[in-house]
Design a protein around this ligand. Structure first.
Ligand SMILES: NC(=O)c1ccc[n+]([C@@H]2O[C@H](COP(=O)([O-])OP(=O)(O)OC[C@H]3O[C@@H](n4cnc5c(N)ncnc54)[C@H](O)[C@@H]3O)[C@@H](O)[C@H]2O)c1
Length: 397
């Protein structure tokens, strides 16, 4: 199969991500069928698509009302029944809740009704594509296409190879993401959180430990990082993403990767009290009157911006050591998935590697977390070599 063979795409799940992914496919000119578990959710998804098109495209003159009507009436169809949704598609993108049992049920059902040639993709944030694929009889045609929120704006899509995914499937998925106007990054090995969410998992572990051990207040750290040049403070970002997502990710990583990733007590308490961040009006910050105003004068020296950078560099190197992706891909993922000015390897060009090793050893000791210990590459003094091999400046050796 080639990307030109794709005419119709199914999007399973009409929620926050599903409706946005459907918009991306519609804008690229594809016929899309949007499916959810009942008519009410389908209708909500269709309304969200129309509202977003009106607000972000028609109001800005990027689409006319006539063009929008044409897209909604001629390209978009809906379904509740899986047979109706899947029987004539070429590609499916699943965006149902991040629960393995639900994902597997959806994939088993999809496999039953989708034509034999169709590729089945999952938008899972963290979970194993290999495991999801096992619910089907076409494991070679199952792939990850991990979009970032909101899919119409964020350009990164991680394209993930499961253990049985064949190259043809990877290539078609990569090509389709390019037609969508996205920046696809190949994830060659199915690993929890893939690239961007795995790198962020180490930062989340650090941010949680800072709160649990009362090392600094969120505003002090956010002020420090904003003064350092980050557009959004790291705690503010967690509120934006959703503390429930942060919590669930921590649970998943702690079970599959290493216990140190377990969610901090501070985050657990907020989630149990229903304070999930921006979407509920309260999380680490109060969002009831909009985006929190961070007082830059609160910036602290209890930690150093290098500490937050170090854990991300360390985690990025682990991914390269594990054969998940290349250093350039780690940087692309962080820049286009989390809007960073620089990726971890670009940051590593600017930090003396002895200092990096020293900060990581201190963080591992201070917070009693093995995941912050410097990787073999840093410990053995081979980071400069790795950077040079990947086309970076090895200046900081
Ligand atoms: N929200 C994000 O920032 C984000 C970013 C990247 C990836 N993701 C991933 O995308 C997926 C969806 O997340 P979301 O935020 O859109 O969730 P959501 O809760 O907004 O939407 C999920 C939708 O799936 C529907 N659904 C439930 N069971 C279904 C089934 N069996 N068949 C079809 N639809 C079903 C629900 O009714 C709901 O409309 C998750 O795997 C999540 O981890 C989310």
């Amino acid at each position: 199969m080639r990307v030109d063979d794709i005419k119709k795409i199914a999007v399973l799940g009409a929620g926050a991500m599903g409706h946005g992914i459907a918009m991306v496919a519609l804008l690229a000119g594809y016929n899309v069928v949007l499916r959810d578990i009942n008519q009410e959710f389908v209708d909500k998804g269709v309304k969200a698509i129309r509202d977003d098109f009106e607000k972000f495209y028609v109001a800005k003159g990027e689409l006319t009302e006539e063009e929008l009507d044409k897209i909604m009436n001629e390209q978009l169809t809906t379904a509740v029944d899986m047979k109706d949704a899947a029987s004539d598609i070429d590609f499916a993108i699943e965006a149902v809740p991040e629960i393995m049992k639900i994902k597997k049920e959806v994939f088993a059902d999809l496999d039953k009704y989708a034509p034999k040639h169709a590729i089945l993709a999952s938008n899972t944030s963290n979970m194993s594509i290999t495991e999801i694929a096992k619910a089907t009889k076409r494991e070679e045609k199952v792939v990850g296409t991990h979009f970032f929120n909101p899919p119409t704006i964020m350009r990164l899509v991680e394209v993930i190879k499961g253990e049985k995914t064949i190259e043809e499937t990877m290539q078609v998925a990569v090509d389709l993401m390019k037609i969508f106007g996205k920046i696809p990054v190949r994830v060659e090995k199915d690993s929890p959180g893939f690239i961007a969410n795995r790198v962020i998992a180490s930062t989340i572990a650090l941010l949680g430990a800072i709160l649990d051990q009362k090392v600094a207040m969120p505003e002090e750290i956010d002020a420090m990082m904003k003064k350092f040049g980050q557009p959004m403070g790291p705690y503010e970002l967690l509120d934006y993403v959703g503390l429930d997502v942060v919590y669930d990710g921590g649970i998943y990583f702690s079970k599959i990767l290493y216990p140190d990733y377990a969610p901090a007590k501070a985050f657990e308490t907020l989630v149990k009290d229903g304070h999930l961040g921006m979407k509920t009006g309260k999380g680490v910050y109060d969002w009831s009157r909009g985006r929190p105003k961070i007082d830059l004068s609160k910036s602290t020296d209890k930690l150093d911006p290098i500490d937050l950078m170090s854990v991300e560099i360390n985690e990025g190197i682990k991914l390269v050591e594990e054969g998940v992706c290349t250093p350039k891909d780690v940087d692309i993922a962080m820049k286009y998935g989390y809007s960073r000015a620089k990726g971890p390897f670009e940051m590593a060009e600017d930090i003396p590697h002895d200092l990096l090793k020293d900060r990581l050893e201190k963080l591992a000791h201070k917070f009693n977390k093995k995941i912050f210990e410097p990787t073999e590459t840093i410990k053995d003094g081979r980071l400069g070599e790795l950077l040079k091999k990947a086309g970076y400046d090895e200046y900081a050796v």
